[in-house]
Design a protein around this ligand. Structure first.
Ligand code: NAI
Length: 246
């Protein structure tokens, strides 16, 4: 129970990787607040976690909306205590070739994936600086490091998340706060289930460990990065991709 008495906010916690991260952190003893635009989904996930012996609650948050983000952090502070852990996991894709990409698809992806991580990290840092402790983990992506066909908006947002991680890590290290990112490769979730079978097989051929990643692979890494086991690690990007990018 390494995270006993810790309060964590996991954005996009209703499903996929965020859900598995939330389950993992509650197993380690944390109370997890699942923040999601999909409140019903987040409530159902929180209920499932509570029914299996964990401690979780759900809040509605659109991470790209600064007012909502501030209200959620104020609520957690009043309801529980300052946040100890924030996992910026909420993210979307709106893929298309760059020459045909709609400006609205560029803006939406940048607003949720990058600005959302900025807004939540800013509120988190304010609370954590007062307590002189805390950890933030940003979920970036392999395509933020290497680019990807049809993902100009998404890869730019995730490259931005990596820059944000390194800058914030430098700014808050002296206050005892660590900030790291995970750049997952292709993980088996709703987001990648839209790929047709041929594309999936081609992807797997490029992965030395010969499989897509699992949400559990990401969740265990998050658990490590928010625990004292990684107390000398900050400003890093962990490439979690089965060897696809070395
Ligand atoms: P998912 O689509 O299954 O889940 C995303 C969650 O974020 C959903 O619950 C959704 O309601 C929530 N969300 C969307 N917009 C939001 C907003 N504005 N405010 C709050 N919540 C919002 O996605 P998945 O696959 O679980 O991805 C999670 C994170 O991991 C994302 O940041 C994604 O970019 C990243 N990632 C995923 C990979 C994959 O292969 N699935 C690979 C690399 C990174």
């Amino acid at each position: 129970m390494e995270l006993k008495d810790k309060v964590a906010l996991v954005t996009g916690g209703a499903q996929g990787i965020g859900r598995t991260i939330s389950e993992e952190l509650t197993r380690a003893g944390a109370h997890v607040v699942l923040g999601d635009v999909n409140l019903e989904g987040a409530q159902a996930t929180a209920e499932a976690i509570n029914n299996s012996g964990g401690s979780a609650s759900a809040v509605k948050i659109d991470v790209s909306n600064s007012t909502e983000v501030r209200e959620v952090f104020d609520f957690i502070l009043k309801d529980k205590k300052p946040v100890d852990i924030v996992v910026n996991n909420a993210g979307i894709t709106r893929d298309g070739l760059m020459v045909r990409m709609k400006e609205s698809d560029w803006d939406l992806v940048l607003d949720i994936n990058l600005k959302g991580s900025f807004l939540c990290s800013q509120q988190a840092a304010k609370q954590m600086m007062k307590q002189k402790s805390g950890t933030i983990v940003n979920i970036a992506s392999i395509v933020g490091v290497m680019g990807n066909f049809g993902q100009a908006n998404y890869s730019a947002s995730k490259a931005g998340v990596i820059g944000l991680t390194k800058t914030l890590a430098r700014e808050v290290a002296s206050r005892g706060i660590r900030v790291n990112a995970i750049a997952p490769g292709f993980i088996d979730t709703e987001m990648t289930r839209v790929l047709d079978e041929e594309v999936r097989q081609k992807l797997i051929e490029q992965i030395p460990l010969a499989r897509l990643g699992l949400p559990e692979d990401v969740a265990r890494c998050v658990n490590f990065l928010v625990s004292d086991k990684s107390s000398y690690i900050t400003g890093q990007v962990i490439n979690l991709n089965g060897g696809m990018l070395m």
